[in-house]
Ligand binder design. Structure first.
Ligand code: AMP
Ligand code: MN
Ligand code: MN
Ligand code: MN
Length: 278
């Protein structure tokens, strides 16, 4: 066995807000030489069957995955579930709950945008989603296409967050519950991209401490855009709170994004890598 495993355990297809099909995501992972990878669409496992078929044909290892929206205290955060049984009822009931929240939110976003003079945004975002699950990213793409903003960052800031026209608060479940859905399906629950929540380091550490106490399994230590400092801090906190370390690009395949599948820093030496526990 190679001494270093090439893994990418966080990727999106067009079943949520990525642009590629599950098969195309698998091809990219294969081309990148991944030994192990996962498809982790937002709040749905509907792309997994196709990804599994394709991975089987190519002879590469696919870990069943999902990225579930949740709350910790007052912050919306993302929990990645890896190694899940996608036929588990408790998990699927939870995902349906989130899918319904997303449908309700999409209508409210469209109403907010309509009030600020932007018409037909629900229909336009639905076309961009190809009839799959609607995410804020589809509204963002639509607003960029229509010339309201020039990039993702500004469109989220100006239209789709907080008190902005399309900013909608969603009552996701607390992460304790989401951990249960994932573990009921035999999976491991991990905090996704810990440095992307606009939290101070002190607050991130509190979240990790609570996550461990709630039975959580790990955190993502390496993402595509992680700095060296973030990797060493994440790794250290994983050790401090007895959490497993995961690695994933959070690839979506959007144009103008440099993120590529499998193009990731290695986990630090002595990390407790998640793949040994899947
Ligand atoms: P949703 O899960 O529908 O709330 O959409 C959240 C998704 O939008 C995230 O998973 C990211 O893919 C994307 N996103 C959120 N904020 C930003 C941002 N500031 N810039 C670019 N993409 C973002
Ligand atoms: Mn996304
Ligand atoms: Mn995320
Ligand atoms: Mn993601």
């Amino acid at each position: 066995m190679k001494s270093i495993m090439k893994a990418d355990l966080h990727n999106h297809s067009y079943f949520s807000d990525g642009v590629l099909s599950p098969s195309e995501v698998v091809w990219r992972a294969n081309d990148a030489g991944c030994d192990l990878f996962s498809l982790t669409d937002h709040d749905t496992t509907n792309g997994i069957a196709e990804a599994k078929d394709e991975a089987h044909k190519l002879g590469i290892s696919l870990v069943n995955g999902v990225e579930i929206s949740a709350f910790w205290r007052n912050s919306a955060i993302h929990i990645v579930g890896l190694g899940i049984d996608i036929d588990n009822d408790e998990l699927q009931t939870g995902l349906e709950f989130n899918q319904n929240l997303r449908k309700e939110r999409a209508k409210k976003i469209a109403l907010g945008l309509w009030r600020s003079g932007i018409k037909d945004s629900l229909e336009k975002a639905q076309i961009l989603s190809g009839g799959h699950m609607l995410t804020r990213t589809h509204f963002a793409q639509m607003l960029i296409q229509e010339g309201y903003c020039k990039d993702m960052k500004s469109v989220f800031r100006r239209y789709l967050s907080g008190r902005k026209p399309g900013g909608v608060r969603v009552e996701w479940k607390a992460f304790e519950e989401v951990i249960k859905w994932i573990q009921a399906a035999g999976g491991k629950a991990l905090i996704a991209h810990p440095f992307r929540y606009r939290m101070t380091h002190t607050k991130i550490k509190k979240m990790l401490y609570d996550f461990k106490n709630a039975g959580g399994d790990g955190l993502e230590v390496v993402n595509a855009n992680s700095s060296d400092e973030e990797i060493s801090l994440g790794d250290q906190w994983g050790k401090d709170y007895n959490l497993l370390a995961s690695i994933g690009s959070d690839f979506h395949g959007w144009p103008n994004q440099r993120v590529q599948i499998g193009n990731l820093a290695d986990l630090p030496n002595n990390s407790r890598a998640i793949w040994r526990y899947l």
